[in-house]
Design a protein around this ligand. Structure first.
Ligand code: ZN
Ligand code: ZN
Length: 148
């Protein structure tokens, strides 16, 4: 079984455990999210599943994502505009974001817990979490630029 298939069945177990009814649409949204490594927006998922579920709206997709988020299955990454991206990797990781095409790639680095504790000392905040992102040009976009 592929890792992503394993994650899907685990996620479905979590849904069942939370008393959430697994509708074909919910199953499809979750399946798409887990198998796409791209941190899609609700709109991306809607477009990908549109032909399969002609009666489904973007709002339905979004509501399902919200529900998954409440249960802790996905993370929502907001970037100050309407297009939140959803990440089904809820382990600690960081993101590299392409300035040119908007692609988000996961990478792992030891959690910066010292930064959190320093921030608490300096600001008096009770820190809940942090987000670290690096920006640049992804490999595909670098190649495109070279070709020109
Ligand atoms: Zn790119
Ligand atoms: Zn991620």
């Amino acid at each position: 079984m592929a890792v992503s298939d394993h994650r899907l069945s685990e996620a479905l177990e979590v849904l069942k455990g939370s008393g959430v009814r697994i509708t074909p649409q919910r199953h499809a949204v979750l399946d798409h999210l887990i198998h796409s490594m791209t941190h899609p927006t609700a709109d991306d998922i809607y477009k990908a599943l549109e032909s399969q579920f002609p009666n489904m709206s973007v709002a339905t997709v979004y509501n399902n994502l919200r529900l998954f988020k409440e249960i802790g299955l996905v993370r929502e990454l907001t970037y100050g505009d309407a297009s939140s991206r959803f990440d089904c990797n809820t382990t600690d990781h960081y993101h590299a974001i392409c300035n040119d095409c908007g692609k988000i790639v996961d990478f792992h680095y030891p959690t910066l817990s010292e930064v959190e504790s320093l921030a608490e000392q300096v600001t008096g905040f009770k820190v809940s979490h942090h987000r670290m992102e690096v920006y640049g040009s992804c490999e595909t976009c670098q190649l495109k630029k070279q070709a020109h």
